[in-house]
Design a protein around this ligand. Structure first.
Ligand code: B12
Length: 159
């Protein structure tokens, strides 16, 4: 794996009042090694902090972690907030221990997909798979002429 970001830039953080920091550091390290530039906001990040950063950095995706079990509450209306702030088409991923206790992952996945997340990951996900999906999803959201470039559609920048 190379460390060259090839124009793939993401904003990463742990949402809400969640202070679990270890997975966040691992994600940053593995994604960076996998050719993705990571702007890491660390822990206890609000929805607007993710969105402000994604706009300022012209990122192709927001990656939300939630480990302490309050993901549903913290992520509520995240996609709608992105839309309000001009990032309606941004790739939105969420992963971690999203709900309290043990629940069927398929149900959790369906719940977060309904909330507007493009992909939902369990804690044991293979991060090599995440890297491949991320590159493909970011490419698909870009206009053809801008594939593998950092530039975003002009309408996003003016919102
Ligand atoms: C260490 C730890 C703590 C430490 C955190 C220290 C720190 N600063 O990091 C302390 C003691 C502070 C703590 C506190 C709490 N904790 Co705690 N903690 C843990 C513990 C033991 C390990 C977490 C860890 O580091 N895992 C290792 C990393 C590598 O794994 P990870 O975080 O899951 O991240 C990986 C994946 O989830 C995935 N991933 C994560 N996000 C994303 C996002 C995307 C997009 C993708 C693709 C993948 C992905 O990739 C990561 C890297 O591999 C876990 C139990 C466990 N074995 O997991 C409990 C655990 C997470 N804690 C738990 C709880 C409940 C709490 C508290 C609420 C307890 C309390 N009552 O106070 C508080 C919350 C405090 C807060 N405000 O956040 C529960 C959560 C339960 C749930 N979700 O249902 C767990 C699971 C323990 C349990 N079995 O009950 N905790």
């Amino acid at each position: 794996m190379s460390g060259d970001s090839q124009g793939y830039k993401v904003v990463l953080g742990v949402i809400g009042a969640d202070c679990h920091a270890v997975g966040n550091r691992i994600l940053t390290s593995v994604l960076t090694q996998g050719g993705i530039e990571v702007v890491n906001l660390g822990v206890m990040v609000s929805q607007d902090e993710f969105i402000d950063c994604a706009r300022a950095e012209q990122a192709g995706a927001i990656l939300v972690s939630s480990i302490y079990g309050h993901g549903e509450l913290d992520c509520q209306d995240f996609r709608a907030r992105c839309e309000e702030r001009g990032l309606g088409d941004i790739v939105l991923y969420v992963g971690g221990n999203l709900v309290i206790g043990k629940q069927e992952f398929a149900a959790v996945e369906a719940q977060f997909r309904d909330m507007g997340f493009d992909r939902v990951f369990r804690p044991t996900v293979d991060l090599a798979e995440v890297i491949a999906l991320l590159k493909s999803d970011i490419d698909q959201r870009r206009p053809a002429g801008l594939r593998n470039s950092r530039a975003l559609p002009a309408e996003r920048l003016s919102a």
